[in-house]
Design a protein around this ligand. Structure first.
Ligand SMILES: [Zn+2]
Length: 429
């Protein structure tokens, strides 16, 4: 029988440091501006200095673990006029650190933060834009997760990445997603962290426990056939990004029960964007992890005081303990997925006009067994589960197929679970 929980996950939570996150947020904010089209020559100001510091920091982390990270720039040339916010030719440069998987080196779980920042005018590339919360918090969290996970071995690869060009139109994410596609990366999912440090909302609500997990319902790349099949077999709210969101919700509820993850059933906030989207656009699973209570006077603002209100995304508004909590949420999910067997493939479901639900799936290399999950059709989370052992077919007796949605996960001996696979086929009688 496998373990119910993995003690190493608690160790990871304990090792995340809010002091180190604070240190890094302060350094990033001190580059003055990290605008994507800002100075790249100065050693102290602009996005060039910022990305060199991030790369050096990943390299420093790597040196402390016998070069366990492959650190590089991933560069994307974007031509002037490619978008409203690209007013000059620019190299959009991401900083990538890969912790290579021991068993599935080409299979990746990605944690991202953003390097770039902005003020009120998105094309103002010289004014001070500390971007302490948006998004030095996500960048610092990504660096800290790399520190905390560096000494473990994982079966799947983990990528820690600082993306650029977010505020100018998601260019860094587009570039890395295209790079992934060209190189046939198998991406299990991307956890995009964009603003993970604000606990006091513009509406006055204060909470250091709430956070949001944004996920789109179904992939934009699905075929017409898949779309039609949903009308009969379900899956309207069960795409791969949504399963990733449920995974993060479940891991957090299990290991960090003091936190309150909020599943938000949408790609991103109303009419707003984030760096998981370019990955979703190419058919990869990706979610946005962020604070629940935003403060709009403290994002994308020129630093100023107006009517007694201090505008600007400055360091003093970032809650580092909270950023550390959300970093831990990322780190434990990266670790769980990177330790777990791959998710089952070819999951089929049957049970029409029967008092039971039947399942088949392909055997997963390295799985000790499988867990069937199910939930009421209106529930956002997988609320029921049953460990069914090392089999590739199973019948849940007494469960009427019509009244629930189902999925199957692979589990290893330490209790690490894959993301749940929603059935993609039907067992004919
Ligand atoms: Zn922003």
């Amino acid at each position: 029988m496998f373990a119910q929980t993995n003690p190493k996950i608690y160790e990871i939570i304990d090792n995340v440091s809010s002091e180190r996150i604070e240190h890094d947020v302060r350094i990033l904010a001190n580059f003055g501006t990290r605008h994507t089209l800002s100075d790249t020559v100065s050693e102290t100001r602009g996005i060039g200095a910022a990305r060199r510091w991030i790369k050096a920091e990943f390299e420093r982390i790597s040196e402390s673990c016998d070069n366990c990270l492959e650190v590089s720039y991933q560069k994307n040339f974007v031509e002037k006029g490619a978008g409203d916010r690209i007013f000059e030719d620019v190299w959009v440069v991401n900083v990538v650190a890969v912790k290579r998987g021991t068993k599935y080196p080409n299979s990746y779980i990605i944690m991202s933060g953003d390097i770039d920042s902005r003020v009120s005018d998105p094309n103002d590339n010289t004014s001070d834009a500390p971007g302490a919360n948006d998004n030095a918090s996500g960048m610092a969290g990504t660096l800290e997760a790399a520190r905390v996970l560096k000494d473990y071995d994982f079966e799947h690869s983990i990528i820690f990445v600082g993306l650029s060009g977010e505020e100018q139109g998601l260019w860094g994410g587009k570039g890395l997603a295209a790079h992934a596609k060209e190189n046939n990366w198998n991406i299990i999912g991307i956890l995009n962290n964009d603003m993970i440090g604000n606990i006091k909302g513009v509406d006055g609500v204060i909470s250091n426990r709430d956070f949001r997990i944004f996920s789109e319902p179904t992939p934009p790349t699905e075929t017409e056939r898949q779309r039609r099949a949903r009308r009969f077999y379900g899956g309207e709210v069960d795409g791969i990004s949504r399963q990733l969101a449920r995974y993060v919700h479940n891991t957090t509820s299990t290991y960090m029960p003091e936190m309150n993850p909020i599943m938000v059933y949408r790609l991103d906030r109303f009419a707003r964007g984030g760096h998981h989207r370019p990955f979703n656009d190419l058919g990869y699973a990706g979610i946005r992890i962020m604070e629940a209570h935003e403060n709009y006077t403290q994002q994308h603002q020129d630093l100023r005081t107006e009517d007694g209100i201090e505008y600007g995304d400055v360091v003093k508004h970032v809650n580092f303990d909270y950023a550390a909590k959300l970093t831990a949420v990322n780190a434990i999910n990266l670790a769980s997925m990177a330790w777990a067997p791959p998710a089952p493939e070819n999951v089929k479901i049957g049970g029409m006009v029967e008092p039971s639900a039947r399942f088949t799936w392909d055997k997963v290399d390295g799985a000790a067994g499988y867990k069937i999950y199910w939930r009421e059709t209106t529930s956002p989370t997988w609320d029921h589960s049953r460990y069914v052992g090392d089999v590739t077919e199973y019948t849940l007796k007494g469960i009427v197929i019509d009244n629930f949605f189902f999925g199957v996960a692979a589990v290893d001996e330490e209790g690490n679970e894959s993301v749940v696979t929603f059935p993609s086929g039907v067992i004919r009688n």
